[in-house]
Every structure is written in C-alpha cells, then in structure tokens.
Design a protein around this ligand. Structure first.
Ligand code: PEP
Ligand code: MG
Length: 580
C-alpha cells in the first residue's frame, strides 16, 4: 500500500482500478490471461522487443550519419537496456507466474526500473529516468499495436492517473467512465483544477510523481476529502473507504435537499449563490443545484475545442443555450480569457516565456479586435433573450476598461446597422483580479456597473505565486493577511460607491472562507455548482453578526497559518460532522 498527498480539487471518495494515461494518450490495460494464452503473450513480448531494437538500430544509424556519435549514443543506450536479459526475464516471469498480460508486465517492470533511477543521487542518472519512460512507451506501442485504447472507449469505471491534463482533455472527461483523477502536476486554482471541480468527481492533483509510481490495473482510492491517494490498499483500508464512500454519498444526498431553499442567514440576510460554468449545458446543472444565477460563464472554452475560433453564429447559439438553461436567472458572460494556461490550438506553439504576465485575457482581446468584436456581437444578440451582464477579465487600468467598453459600443453600432436586435442597456462590469485594480477600485467604481473579484488571479498576482505551479502551491493562500485586507478594502469601496460586488474565484466555494466573505460585506458569491449545497447549508447556520465577528477576528492575525486555523475552528462549530 502506498499513500500520496496532494491537493484536492473535488471532495468525495472514488475506488477503482487505475488507468495510467501516457503522454501518447493510450492506456495500459490490466489483464490477467488464461493459462492457455501465456505463450501468445510471450510471443507478443518477443516481437515487441525485436521491433523496438530494430527501430532503435535504424534511428541510431541515422543519427550517427547526420548528427554524430554523441547523439547516436542515446539510442545505443536504449538498445542496451532492451538487450539486458534481466529486464526481459523479469517481464516474462510476471506473465508466466502471475499470468499478467504482456503490456501490464512490461509496464510494471519498466516502472520499477524508472524508480531505481529516480532514487539515484547523480543528476545525470536521474535524467536517465526519462529515457526509461521512452523505452517503456516504445515497447508498449509495439505490444498494444492497433488495440491501443483511449479513455473515450473505456468500458468500466476507472481512476485516471496522468502527469498532467490539458484543459481540453479535462473537458472531455464528462463523456467517459472515469470516476476519479490523480495528477502529478497542478495546483488548486489552475484551469485544469477548475474544470475537474466542475466535472464534480473526486480528484487530487499536485502529487509530483504518482504517474510513474502507479501502474495500470493497480487498485486506487482517491480521498478528495483528505487530499490523499492510496494505491494498492490493504483489506482494512479498503473496507474503511467503502464505508466512507457510502457516508459521503448520503451527505451529498442530504445537501441536495437544500436545493429549493434560499441561502439566507438565520437573522434573514439573503446571500445570492451563483454558479461558475465553462460550458453552456452546465447552466441548467447550476440551477438544479440551487443556484440563483450564473455568476461567471468562462466563454474561452468555446475557443479551445477546435482549430478555428467559433463563428458568431456558433457563439450566439452557445450563449443562447446558457441563457435558456439558466431559466429566469441572471447570466454574467465573461469575454474570452485566453492566454496564460489557456492557449487556443492555433497559438499553442507560440507560448510565452512568462505567460501569466503575458498577452492574456483582455490584453489579448484588445490586440485581436476582430476576434473580440465577433464575440461581443454574439453576446449582445444573445443578451436580448435574458437577464445578461457582460464582464471583462483582468482589467488592470482605466484605459483598458474604456477601450474594451468602446469596442462594445462599436459592436452595438455594427449590429444596429444591419438591423439586428441588440441589448443596448446591458450592464457592463469588470473582474478585479490584479493588485493595480484593487488599488484603483474607487476610480473603477465611477465607471463600471459591477465588479466581480477573481480571487484566483488576485491571489496569484498579489502573492507573486503562479497559480498553476505545484512547486509553489503551498504558498498560494487565500488566508494570507494581505489577501484578506485587499478583499476587505475592495468590498468596502464598492459598497460605499453603491457598486454591486461579488466574488467568483475558488475561495467562494470553500466553506472555510464563507463567514469571512459574508462578514466582510459580500452578498453574492459565485462558485462551481457542486459547492453550492454546502455553502448554502453554512450560510443558513450563521447570523450576520457572527460572520462579521469572524471577519474582524480573521483580519487581526499576522500569518496565514493562524488565519486558516481560526477559520477552520469557527467553520467546524457551524458544520459539526461535515468534512472541512
Ligand atoms: C479568478 O481569477 O478568480 C477567476 C474567477 O477567473 P479564472 O479562474 O477563470 O482566471
Ligand atoms: Mg481570472
């Protein structure tokens, strides 16, 4: 049994066999074969070794002729590994003695081999681990041949283990049999994490090296409550987790019963709970979970799915679907927030050195006005059919906001010229996501219809911590006193100016911060639909003076550790028995 600790993206417990997604995107199926098929698997293995060595020989020769001996030596080393009799016999032993399939045997033995290199102290030898991965992939390619499967064709529930997933791959999980995910990479507010959260099944990320420590077919438990992954659990652990899984399902069923009740504090203060969505179909899911509207529609995901950007008509249809899905509830459409960790397929080879500080969000829109205007036209046309608000991401200066707003007016005129109906009175607002915007919030309040605080980016820029980098994920903390004070000041300024203010970053969906945010003055929180029931339960358990007292106390601490401990103990008092 091996236990890994990471960062949870969604609560709950999942138990299933692992599928390890390689960079090449095929899975290593775990199979034991009947006794009679052992010779066939051995023959398959022989052929895979033979083909791999032959292929490598040709590559070595080509490199030697074109790039010289040094380059060719790399492949000579690969050939040497494959010719090592101990490697070959290790795999054969698994097939003969445990009747494992050739693919599973090869994968297991090669991963043990990788582990040996990982434990070495010489950095050059540690680097060899990548070579061993490469050899493993080559062998598997020959063993699996045409029978390679991708995750779309799974026939039974599995836990997906991978080094990382792109936002686009993550978005495809909804149509598969994957019941839980564990990744080496990632941090709590990376966009992959956000998509995993909306997908709603248990997931733990930032695990560093789980993808090479677990093999396809290993039994795995994902404990999204305690941020753990357990591989090959012993019987007692497995039984304990089966019981926890049942208890968690019971808890979520109970929470779902709150869907039709309003989020109102015990002393009658109404809090609006909105949902964050990435795809139009999710609008209806949010409403079913008891949300009061869509607080953030991340439209950029429409731009990530295909090679070409979506046409005005395609976008119009998608926005209309979201508006219809939301029923009579308001929908806040954010213009595309591309760049950083969300590159279009066309731009994926033009990555920037420092993408989080680069040409992203509104900066990218203002540099690509044609693309921006197409989107604005689609939004303005769709907005005629509902209660829609328009929001720009990452506004960092008044000039940026003014230019973006002028582009909206241009788009309105274009539409009126051709006689199409347009939502002239659409409220236009901004996301407050940078320290500069927070410092100038008073000036912004004079010009915007509303402000939505994007705490994910705000924390990233305020604390200078890349929100997607697992190496610094422990430094990314919403409890940092500088974050709490910035939030308090921004909320206060909006309230004083009479500008509607909400928060739509991940902290809105974390019960730990609910009392602070309400106590600091927020009356609208927007979050992944799956988080709504628990946040609602908490709000219905507190009074406004209680929340205000918690916010005041939290603001008095010097370190994020003190803040977190304090908020955790206060939250537990309100939700005894719930996992927080
Ligand atoms: C944020 O930054 O908090 C936010 C909600 O926007 P995104 O996560 O899409 O960057
Ligand atoms: Mg953001």
């Amino acid at each position: 049994m091996e236990i890994f600790r990471g960062i949870s993206v969604a609560p709950g417990v999942a138990i299933a066999e692992a599928v390890v997604l390689e960079a090449e995107e095929y899975r290593i199926p775990y199979r034991t074969v009947p006794e009679g098929e052992v010779p066939r698997e051995i023959a398959l293995l022989d052929e895979a070794f033979h083909k791999s060595i032959e292929e490598l020989g040709k590559q070595e020769e080509w490199l030697n002729d074109h790039l010289g001996r040094d380059a060719a030596n790399v492949f000579e080393w690969h050939i040497g590994v494959l010719k090592d009799p101990a490697l070959r016999s290790g795999i054969e032993k698994l097939i003969r003695e445990q009747r494992s399939s050739a693919a599973y045997g090869a994968s297991t033995v090669m991963r043990n081999y990788q582990r040996r290199f990982m434990q070495m102290t010489d950095p050059l030898l540690v680097e060899r681990m990548r070579d061993v991965q490469d050899i493993e992939r080559r062998l598997l390619r020959h063993i699996l041949g045409e029978s390679r499967e991708d995750i779309n064709h799974l026939t039974q529930p599995v836990i997906l283990i991978a080094h990382d997933l792109t936002p686009t791959q993550t978005a495809q999980l909804a149509n598969t049999k994957v019941v839980g995910v564990a990744l080496d990479a990632g941090a709590a507010t990376s966009h992959t994490a956000i998509l995993l959260r909306s997908w709603g099944r248990p997931g733990v990320i930032g695990l560093n090296d789980i993808s090479i420590r677990v093999s396809g077919g290993d039994l795995v438990i994902i404990d999204g409550i305690h941020q753990l992954v357990i591989a090959n659990p012993d019987e007692t652990t497995l039984e304990e987790y089966r019981a926890r899984q049942t208890a968690y399902i019971r808890l979520t069923d109970e929470l779902d019963e709150l869907a039709d009740l309003p989020a109102v504090t015990r002393d009658g203060c109404r809090i609006l709970l909105h949902s964050n969505i990435e795809f139009p179909q999710e609008a209806a899911v949010g409403v079913a979970k008891g949300s009061d509207g869509i607080g953030l529609y991340r439209t950029e995901f429409l731009f990530l799915q295909k090679q070409e950007p979506p046409s005005e008509e395609e976008q119009y249809e998608a926005y209309c679907d979201a508006i219809r899905g939301a029923g009579d509830c308001p929908v806040t459409i954010r213009t595309f927030d591309l760049g950083a960790d969300k590159y279009t397929q066309q731009r994926q080879y033009e990555q920037e050195r420092n993408p989080m500080l680069g040409l992203r969000s509104i900066r990218y829109s203002l540099r690509n006005l044609d693309l921006f205007k197409v989107q604005l036209r689609a939004i303005l046309r769709a907005a005629v059919h509902g209660d829609v608000r328009l929001m720009f991401p990452l506004i960092n200066s008044l000039m940026e906001y003014r230019q973006a707003k002028m582009t909206v007016h241009d788009a309105m005129e274009d539409l009126e010229e051709v006689g199409l109906p347009v939502a002239r009175e659409i409220p236009i607002g901004m996301m407050l996501e940078t320290p500069a915007a927070a410092v100038q919030v008073v000036e912004f309040c004079r010009e915007v219809a509303f402000i939505s605080i994007g705490s994910n980016d705000l924390i990233q820029y305020l604390l200078a911590v890349d929100r997607g980098n697992e190496r610094v994920s422990t430094l990314f903390s919403a409890s940092h006193p500088a974050v709490l004070r910035t939030l308090r000041d921004s909320i206060r300024a909006c309230t004083k100016a009479g500008v509607d203010c909400s928060l739509c970053g991940e902290m809105a969906g974390q019960p730990l911060y609910t009392m602070f945010l309400v106590g600091a003055g927020l009356r609208t929180l927007s979050m992944a639909p799956a988080n709504i029931p628990e946040i609602k339960k908490l709000i219905r358990a507190v009074t406004l003076p209680q929340a205000q007292r918690v916010a005041r106390r939290a603001l008095g601490f010097d370190t994020d550790g003190q803040v977190t401990n304090y908020l955790r103990s206060e939250t537990r008092k309100m939700l005894p028995g719930d996992p927080i």
